[in-house]
Design a protein around this ligand. Structure first.
Ligand code: HEM
Length: 162
């Protein structure tokens, strides 16, 4: 059995899942920003959060297949600080990506959903537009950071892959 081919196949499926998010996220976000109708805006915000649910599954597939790659290629934990330093850095970048994608970004999305609900009220808070703009900028920053981190991860992989 060609174990490395199998674990790399699963790894690439995980990579595909992450790339789906990297493209779909900004596209749905653009729909959210351009939409003037409040109900449609809420719909886009909900869609963005549902698509984001793919990230824990993608992350799980990447971690499990990444560990399988390490086992098959005989890369031990200690190597992460030596001969496989590229992989150590890659895992570090991956952890940052994970924290943004699973903790920081969903929190911003939740805060935005609350603001959207408030827009529906008869007397919305005065600073609601400023607050929404601030959360939109945060979201843009996360999209850019996600791309930068994934490109760094890919460069590190190219440096390390034999
Ligand atoms: C966003 C996250 C990640 C991306 C985009 C990514 C991408 C890739 C790509 C494109 C390859 C080359 C596949 C091939 O040769 O066909 C690869 C290989 C590999 N990845 Fe990842 N990966 C990610 C996360 C991880 C994680 C979390 C681990 C460890 C737990 C890991 C461990 C490995 C190993 C050991 C290899 C094999 C390297 C070799 O052939 O020498 N990866 N990765």
């Amino acid at each position: 059995m060609n174990w490395i081919a199998i674990s790399l196949l699963f790894h690439l499926i995980g990579v595909g899942m992450i790339f789906t998010l990297l493209f779909a996220g900004p596209i749905i976000e653009a729909n959210f920003r351009w939409e003037n109708d409040l109900r449609m805006k809420q719909h886009s915000a909900k869609l963005l959060r549902s698509v984001g649910l793919l990230s824990p599954f993608g992350a799980l597939v990447l971690i499990l297949s990444g560990i399988a790659n390490m086992i098959v290629l005989n890369i031990g934990f200690a190597n992460l600080f030596g001969s496989a330093g590229w992989l150590g850095l890659k895992i570090l970048a991956f952890i940052v990506l994970l924290v943004i994608g699973m903790v920081v970004s969903p929190r911003t999305a939740r805060q935005r959903a609350i603001l959207l609900d408030q827009m529906n009220q008869i007397n919305p808070p005065e600073d609601i537009n400023e607050k929404t703009a601030a959360l939109n900028s945060k979201q843009t920053l996360f999209f850019v950071l996600n791309w930068v981190l994934v490109v760094i991860i890919l460069i590190l992989t190219m440096m390390g892959t034999r």
